[in-house]
Ligand binder design. Structure first.
Ligand SMILES: [Zn+2]
Length: 189
């Protein structure tokens, strides 16, 4: 349960397949791009959730937080959350421990009322830019600017030790922003 191999592979990293279809963050209700991967559980280190920067940080914090706890302690911790979140398993149910490790954020056990993306209605040339920025169509210039600022900061290579992946991701974000602002300008003028 506490193998060193698991720990050393816990790091998160940007999607190495930059050309892959952009993902949406797996955290419930979050529509930001899912740019960072995190293993689903200690027993499935080659299966990943994909999160935005904020949520991969939450996830990693949770992962560390539950380390070394007994099943009873984990269940007690999860039940404390019931003040704002209805527990989705019966008390003492066998398997709660595995659920906690496999799903520390409750991604699987919480209902996921993710709003249906409207990207299909967007002009085809804008669908990928919208997905990269995690935006739905139609979108206002102000919202594009706001999201861009947030993502450009989060993915700035200076914040990632100059990692080339971060630089590539930032380029993709810049290109998506430029394409959207161009399209919105011609649409409104
Ligand atoms: Zn997120």
């Amino acid at each position: 349960m506490h193998g060193g191999a698991a720990r050393s592979r816990r790091y998160y990293a940007p999607d190495p397949r930059a050309e892959a279809e952009p993902r949406i963050c797996d955290s419930p209700g979050c529509t930001a791009p899912g740019l960072f991967r995190a293993p689903k559980s200690r027993d499935a280190l080659n299966q990943y959730w994909w999160f935005c920067l904020d949520h991969v940080r939450d996830y990693n914090r949770s992962w560390d937080y539950y380390r070394g706890m007994t099943p009873a302690q984990i269940e007690a911790e999860l039940r404390r959350d019931a003040t704002w979140q209805r527990p989705s398993w019966p008390l003492g149910r066998f398997g709660a421990f595995e659920d906690a490790l496999a799903d520390p954020l409750g991604v699987l056990t919480r209902p996921r009322p993710r709003p249906q993306p409207k990207r299909d209605e967007a002009p085809p040339a804008l669908r990928r830019p919208l997905a990269v920025l995690g935006l739905d169509w139609p979108v206002a210039r102000e919202d594009v600017k706001k999201r861009y600022k947030h993502l450009a900061l989060a993915h700035h290579p200076d914040r990632h030790g100059g990692a080339p992946e971060a630089e590539e991701k930032l380029k993709e974000i810049n290109a998506a922003y430029a394409a959207l602002m161009r399209a919105l300008r011609t649409a409104h003028e």
